[in-house]
Design a protein around this ligand. Structure first.
Ligand SMILES: NC(=O)c1ccc[n+]([C@@H]2O[C@H](COP(=O)([O-])OP(=O)(O)OC[C@H]3O[C@@H](n4cnc5c(N)ncnc54)[C@H](O)[C@@H]3O)[C@@H](O)[C@H]2O)c1
Length: 262
């Protein structure tokens, strides 16, 4: 059974790997034998995150990368594949919040600045699109690949706690997963998404989790009455990256403590 989840000899590339969910996925893959290229625009955070893993003798490399820079994304992914002779798993995970929730006046539609809108789209939507383009370019010729997009339950149904730009980008990448899965299936490339509910990360500069009342109310939105630790994403990501997930494609799987069941 454990062979199904073994990533020995596989190479993974994870964006937004310095922190939170990207870091947890990178760690989970490395713990199961993969060599992981950890990419992030936060160079100092990335160095620290990678050091923690190399101290445990896990195989990781770092790649400074801003996913808003399409040429760099293409180059970094192509170079990772060239260096290692293959690229098995790509996680398009880097993402930002932006724009107040619609429950705040600042989040009302007439108050969202185009700068905020454009930046969230550049990272969460165009950044994911370009990462998938680059992944497909190396995976098509090798006839194998696993692509995992970090969406959000905010992209599945609207709520008054997520703002316009974030919600819209997460809905867009869910459709991107479906479309790319259709196109890439004949090449042996499986494309899936994870749709997290509330996870305790540094998203929004960590501000979302400094207020105990807010954390409590985010927890109360789940059936389990709590927010999740980033490590709780590892199992689902490993399923989608490994042979255990060989018949799963075109799915966006909520991992949300049951929030979307209500
Ligand atoms: N935390 C949650 O509750 C939650 C819920 C649903 C979805 N998500 C999604 O999970 C993903 C990861 O977020 P997180 O919660 O781990 O937050 P995080 O802030 O802890 O980690 C995000 C990482 O992405 C990096 N990043 C941001 N912009 C980048 C860019 N332009 N180029 C490269 N790297 C960049 C940051 O430096 C950071 O290391 C995001 O797509 C987010 O929307 C998070």
């Amino acid at each position: 059974m454990s062979a199904l989840f073994d990533l020995t000899g596989r190479v993974a590339f994870v964006t937004g790997a310095a922190s939170g969910l990207g870091h947890a996925m990178a760690e989970g893959f490395a713990e199961h034998g993969a060599l992981v290229v950890m990419a992030d625009m936060d160079e100092a955070g990335l160095a620290k995150a990678a050091e923690r893993l190399t101290l445990r003798n896990l195989s990781v490399e770092t790649q400074r990368l801003d996913v808003r820079d399409a040429a760099s994304v293409r180059l970094a992914i192509a170079e990772a594949a060239r260096r290692h002779g293959r690229l098995d798993v790509v996680c398009a995970n880097a993402g930002v919040t932006g724009g107040a929730p619609i429950s705040d006046e600042a989040g009302h539609i007439e108050n969202i600045s185009l700068d905020t809108w454009n930046n969230v789209i550049a990272v969460n939507q165009t950044g994911v699109f370009v990462t998938l383009q680059a992944a497909a370019a190396v995976m098509k010729p090798q006839g194998f690949g696993r692509i995992i997009v970090t969406a959000s339950i905010s992209g599945m149904r609207v709520s008054d706690v997520s703002g316009y730009p974030y919600t819209v980008t997460k809905a867009a990448v869910i459709h991107l997963v479906h479309l790319a899965a259709v196109e890439l299936a004949p090449y042996g490339i499986l494309v899936n998404g994870v749709a997290p509910g509330p996870f305790m990360t540094n998203i929004a500069g960590g501000r979302m989790f400094t207020d105990a009342e807010r954390v409590k109310s985010m927890g109360a939105s789940t059936l389990l009455n709590r927010v999740a630790h980033p490590n709780e994403l590892k199992g689902l990501a490993l399923l989608l990256a490994s042979d255990a997930g060989s018949f799963i494609t075109g799915q966006v799987i909520p991992i949300d403590g049951g929030s979307t069941a209500k």
